[in-house]
Design a protein around this ligand. Sequence first.
Ligand SMILES: Cc1cc2nc3c(=O)[nH]c(=O)nc-3n(C[C@H](O)[C@H](O)[C@H](O)COP(=O)(O)OP(=O)(O)OC[C@H]3O[C@@H](n4cnc5c(N)ncnc54)[C@H](O)[C@@H]3O)c2cc1C
Length: 451
Amino acid sequence: MTSPNSNRRHRVVIVGGGFGGLQAALKIARLPVDLTLIDRRNFHLFQPLLYQVATGALSPAEISYPLRRVLRGRPNVRVLLGEVTDIDLAAQRVGLRPIAGEAGDDSVPFDTLIVAAGAQYTYFDHDDWRQAAPDLKTIEGAISVRNRILRAFEAAELESDPERRTAWLTFVIVGAGPTGVEMAGQIAEIARDLRDNFESVDTSQAQILLVEAGDRVLSDFPPVLSAKAQRSLTRLGVTTLVGQMVVGVDGESVTLKHADDGTRRIPARTVVWAAGVVASPVAGELAEHAGLEVDRSGRLEVLEDLTLPGHPNVLAIGDMIRIRQPDGSTIALPGVAPVAMQEGRHAARVVRDRLDGRPARRFRYHDKGNLATIGRASAVADIKHIRLSGFLAWITWLTVHIWYLIGFENRLLVLTRWAFSFFAHGRGARLITEPAKREATDAPAPARDSE
Ligand SMILES: Cc1cc2nc3c(=O)[nH]c(=O)nc-3n(C[C@H](O)[C@H](O)[C@H](O)COP(=O)(O)OP(=O)(O)OC[C@H]3O[C@@H](n4cnc5c(N)ncnc54)[C@H](O)[C@@H]3O)c2cc1C
């Protein structure tokens, strides 16, 4: 990993300024190298709180932080706004499509490359559902969901036909992992909170259906916590439909299939997608160039030190990888922020070790536990075999999320908003920002800062 030209410093390029890439960048910035961080967005996004943007509890800017600001004042660091389209491992160059300005000679050379491009939702070969059932992966997706939820209540207020009104007041969330559970709980709370804001419709009559193909909610948690979460959801007014597969989404209804009951169509105008993720297409691009394969979820297999087989100067981290073990098997660690962050810090150690002439070490994941919130003062936590639920778990969830949020200003703002919401049941960002017909999640409009 030494630079062929001894007059220049070692060049490290990081693709992706999410949880993994940013941690790597913060550590590598301290080394005697020239670092370039490339992302197609100019901000780091705190995805765990996207559902709060989708439900008007927080504004987009409160969970995002400009990458240039995080990495400012470091003369050896360059931040580039661009979408990586090609990775040439032989020539050691990353090709990118600029997001701003004209296309020029847009390739960036590297001595060491760290790829942290994350994952995206999959609609299981039904991309046509995407338009009717936006996901929560981006600010645009969250705003689209927020628009649809708030618009549904407005439409119900205007609707005189009881069946059509019921369809407007039926909200379906697909996937009962942490995001689906959080979303369902929040929609139930909005419906309750908005009760006295409408004249002819009783928003608390809204039906919130949480659909899960597996046999329980929060399947990554111990069954006892799943059961507690399920009870909390029921108390909030959420109907959980487990063992049900979504087989149709058309903007007016959702069709579900159950092994015993056959199929049934539920009229519902608002559907939120929170099921199934696949690795970023960048993983496939990298695999193709390295002569490797990806698994069914599009994840790339890396060695124990997170380098690509046959390419010790290329590392991949975060949601887009599986890791080969000493016995030849591979594991996919959970697709959560702590995994990506620890891998990011490990990638920085690999760079430092190699600069110092030491061999790269094996990555070891330290599992700090699992958290999910269900609603106001309700959460579940599984932390090193300590199982918490209710208020104590919620306080733990709150503390962890504030701690990991980037930027002191954002921490303060979010804390203030949460305190206000807790006591006043208020939602500061209850705006419908797009008329229905202009909304398209596949061609998103840029988010405005303080929406
Ligand atoms: C709605 C939601 C809720 C979640 N809640 C939790 C939670 O409560 N707790 C938890 O631990 N985890 C949660 N996660 C998972 C967590 O966010 C991910 O595991 C984590 O973001 C993975 O980090 P990463 O670095 O691999 O990818 P990301 O953080 O997704 O970062 C990838 C980065 O790469 C950039 N990028 C992608 N492709 C390109 C390209 N071609 N060119 C340039 N840039 C590119 C993206 O813009 C992005 O900035 C949640 C995820 C979602 C979507």
